[in-house]
Design a protein around this ligand. Structure first.
Ligand code: NCD
Ligand code: ZN
Ligand code: ZN
Length: 433
């Protein structure tokens, strides 16, 4: 084995054991004790007081790119990911052009291959032409389809769901029933015009049209009732760092806090945090939704919804862990193994032999303030998170055979060399089977 080793990561694992992790050929080759011989391989020693574990996985990000590159592109967005300890992202299809046909998917795949600094996969949009569903479902970067509220009634959804089910791929759902959400006019804040009941109703509705056997994932759930409804059908779910942190009271601070689904009243947020601590949510995802600082300084009635968070999601989760809301190991799993499993991304969120060589190094007691001690690689800047005090920080990210981020600084050349489709292992395993 030693002849194939490219890098050895030495540090303390989540279970407290000291270990040497042998990486080579883009995967974990072995995890051995601290005295295991390393031969002539390069060694990365994690700093004292840190913990090493599988790199983080974010299954809901908007890297934008293509015609929306002025908001964010696959380079700036994945730099934010790497700075946040995230080694794999799954990009959303509401781009311009939207990823609702094979041609646009091809453009997106080309941009990701050229620009991404971390591993990547894609959720396809629901095709306008149902005839496109098979080719899109079969695209090697596609983990499944994303259903937005405007898609619930479309003929493309049935075709997409059937194809996803046939190929073992997933349907990821933005849960807000279009019949129950209105325009948020002046004086009518988000949670009033887009009520929590719209989320629960959406889950029931998706359940009524999903073919048996289809894996369904409910993303950015904001209330315990939504999580319960999802679980009642065997669907997986995720919650965002912003819905666990900010409340509807923050909406008074302006457009930076406008997001869909909206921020909820403090008692609902408390319930959501509790639901996460008791294991009701399957995963955390950032819903990194960058818009330009100019767009986000507009009037709340007209400005675009969305909160950026790729660089900060791990910090927020680690902060919750530092407050005792959940253990460090559970917080880590919620943003690595669990989302990888929900999205069908094999070989991520794990450190066993054969898993992707993707390791995050975390200092659980390092403190800082977003916007001051962070690099803010996203074109959107720190946005709503500016001034947030965190405890717990990803201090290094190892991808393939390279250290691609150290102390928040992303080594772009090395990262660009190492980044690859996050579906490579999934497809490899299927090919073997
Ligand atoms: C997202 C965006 O900006 O693309 N906005 C948001 O408020 N979450 C869209 C979405 O995830 O629904
Ligand atoms: Zn959404
Ligand atoms: Zn989103």
């Amino acid at each position: 084995m030693l002849d194939r080793v490219e890098l050895v990561v030495e540090g303390r694992l989540l279970d407290g054991r000291e270990a040497r992790i042998f990486l080579g050929g883009g995967v974990v080759l072995a995890v051995r004790g601290p005295a295991a011989p390393v031969g002539g391989a390069r060694v990365y020693r994690a700093p004292p007081g840190t913990v090493v574990g599988p790199a983080f996985v974010d299954i809901h990000v908007h890297l934008r790119g293509l015609e929306l590159s002025f908001k964010e592109d696959e380079r700036s967005g994945t730099a934010a990911a790497a700075a946040g300890g995230v080694a794999a992202v799954v990009d959303m299809p509401n781009t311009r052009p939207p990823l609702r046909d094979p041609g646009s998917l091809g453009l997106k795949a080309e941009s990701l291959a050229r620009l991404s600094l971390v591993d990547y996969a894609v959720w396809a949009g629901i095709p306008r032409d149902p005839g496109h569903a098979p080719a899109m479902a079969g695209h090697p970067l596609v983990l499944g389809f994303k259903a937005y509220p405007e898609d619930y009634d479309s003929p493309g959804l049935a075709a997409a769901a059937a194809e996803a089910s046939r190929l073992g791929k997933a349907l990821i759902v933005h849960p807000e029933d279009p019949g129950l959400i209105g325009e948020c006019s002046l004086g009518r804040r988000g949670s009033e015009c887009r009520p929590p009941e719209a989320e629960v109703e959406a889950v029931h509705r998706i359940a009524s049209l999903a073919p048996p056997g289809l894996r369904v994932h409910v993303t950015h759930a904001t209330t315990p009732a939504t999580l319960e409804a999802a679980a009642s059908y065997g669907f997986t779910s995720d919650v965002t760092p912003h819905h666990l942190t900010f409340t509807s009271r923050d909406e008074a601070r302006g457009c930076l806090f406008k997001v869909n689904p909206p921020l909820r009243p403090p008692e609902v947020v408390e319930g959501l945090v509790k639901a996460v601590s008791t294991g009701l949510a399957d995963a955390v995802a950032s819903d990194h939704a960058p818009h330009t600082p100019g767009e986000k300084s507009g009037a709340p009635e007209e400005c675009p919804p969305g909160i950026p968070g790729l660089e900060y999601a791990a910090r927020v989760l680690l902060t919750l862990a530092s407050r005792g809301v959940l253990s460090l190991a559970s917080a880590w799993r919620l943003y690595s193994a669990r989302p990888a499993l929900a999205a069908g991304l094999r070989g991520y969120g794990c450190l066993a032999p054969g898993c992707r060589a993707a390791v995050a190094v975390v200092d659980p007691s390092r403190e800082g303030v977003i916007g001051r001690t962070t690099r803010d690689y996203s074109k959107a800047g720190p946005g709503a998170w500016e001034g947030y005090r965190y405890r717990g920080e990803p201090v290094a990210l190892i991808l393939g055979g390279s250290v691609v981020m150290e102390d928040g600084e992303v080594h772009e050349d090395a990262a660009a060399r190492e980044a690859r489709p996050a579906t490579a292992l999934t497809l490899g395993r299927q090919a073997e089977a």
